[in-house]
Design a binder for this molecule. Sequence first.
Ligand SMILES: Nc1ncnc2c1ncn2[C@@H]1O[C@H](COP(=O)(O)OP(=O)(O)OP(=O)(O)O)[C@@H](O)[C@H]1O
Length: 615
Amino acid sequence: MSQTIASTTSAAAKAPKGKTKAKKRYLKAKKERRKKRKTLSKSGSAVGTKATSQSEQHALDESESSASESEGDDASEAEVHVPESTPAKQTQKQEPRPNKRRKLDTADAGDISRSPSPQRPTTLSPQPTTSKESPATAKPRSPTPPAALPAFPQPRRPDAPSKTVLALQGLDKALIEAEVVDPSTTLPLPLTTHDAQDERTGLSGRMCRRLSDLGIAELFAVQTAVVPLLLASSRARSLYRPYDPPGDLLQGGSSRVDILICTPGRLIDHLHGTPNFSLQHLRFLVIDEADRLLTQSFQDWLAQVLAATRPPKAADDHRPSESSVEAPAFSRPHPDALAPAFIHLLRSVPYVRTDFDEKKEPSCQKLLFSATLTRDPAKIAALGLRNPKYIVVQRQKEGVASKEEGVLDFVMEKFTMPSTLTEHMLVCDTAVKPLMLFYLVHTRGVTNALVFTKSAESTTRLVRLFEFFEVALHDADNAGSRIVARAYSSDLAPAERKSILEQFKNQEINILICSDLISRGIDISHVSHVVSYDVPVDFRKYVHRVGRTARAGRAGDAWTLVEEQEARYFKSMLKEADHLDKVKRLRVSDTDVAPLKPAYEAALARLKEVYARGG
Ligand SMILES: Nc1ncnc2c1ncn2[C@@H]1O[C@H](COP(=O)(O)OP(=O)(O)OP(=O)(O)O)[C@@H](O)[C@H]1O
């Protein structure tokens, strides 16, 4: 400030003493302006400013003076004009650039400050400063109450949709309303001598006794939901007739097969090639490992099977076909053997169309099962499900606020593992991965095990190395019996596979090394360990592999050997599935594996030799 005043003074000193015409005009105008201002401030301003400090008044005068002078045409006056050094401008310069919030504040009062001078903020009385402002740089604020003008609301981004909302968008309503069953849920089967239907399970006394003979004393979680649903009433069991109450089943015709278990390809073969093979009476279509089968487009099998359960169009039936897929050629069996929904096909019973015509539905009920059932709405839509009911076995988290949040986990494909399963991972260098497997087998008791590799070729190689290792180890200490490992792969003929599986079941084979060929469905009760020798490519594969152990309430261990460069990927896969904390990390030191190293090196040398000779 002192600098500013000094320079103004020195500039004025340079001005000529005699008053020019322009100067006189200017001084007159200045006088009038001062007079006018005094009158206005006396009458009381709208903002209540009573006094203007001397220095500020001076600044104001100087500022006005500069403005007028700059407009003047007198060269000498131009010399007097020192625009940068006016106190008002100096004050502006020293102020920090206001942030947006401040801008809005000043804007609120801005309309007033831009109005004629009486409302102009002139007070220098201390104002509360923001934490970022030092009192020295604090800008004088308008004393006008902020409510003088209504403030516009601050612009606000709309809240992003929650994870739950996003995940549930576009999903089938029935899926959102799924019934969630805790995995620990069981339902004891009654032991009764009479045959009446058990109210809770829907099972007959006879069936309960039979199950008990087979060692089944209770229903497991998924069964507690599915069995009563299917058997709740005799009506649900029967093959209903479209126009009559249910009761009659098959009208005299009878199937020679009650339960047909087959692959999709075999079923299509029967539909096309087996005389009198018909699905018109099919009451239940069970698709196990449904997510895998639904991705198989083999001969459009699903559309063909579904079409075979629906009544085909009769020759004299002009109603439009409901499906674009025609059922395989329909061979007309004996009239007695026709299912109710197919009766209109009889030539002796003419079809008469009426206004009250009812849509004839096949009585087939579809049941889909999978540990990792697809949530893909498009794939589910392909099944043409009628009033579907979803049942999910899933541990409920504590503090789950809403039903939607509860189903979120399964919609997001976070699968539940058996509580009796213990999971481990072992991160190692690629070069010692086989050694780590041998360590698990010989030091951690990992036998009665399924070992999963990434390919049939990898399986063959590992089995060979295993055999060489066992020979080398046995030769070295000549103690204990050798561990027997065998390959179970798609390279084997079906008969060979069957025989190997039998030997494994009889525990003549201790370790079965395989690709993902048997990662689903296989049920061998004594499998107490599953080793993922090669990391599974996705979490679904992991779920199916580890699911080969810890079955039906038994304990089991799952081990994953992770090469160092794969560790990041594997961990992020587990993390995404909310499963990282379930997998314990096992650290194996050089000392731990030292006793096995000589045999390992000998086995590697042998394998190299064999492959050098061409396998
Ligand atoms: N209620 C029950 N009580 C005792 N054992 C049962 C019961 N239900 C099934 N089991 C047995 O549990 C084992 C696993 O059953 P099942 O193969 O049906 O399971 P899953 O869920 O289809 O398995 P996955 O699809 O993973 O192969 C079988 O050996 C079966 O006999």
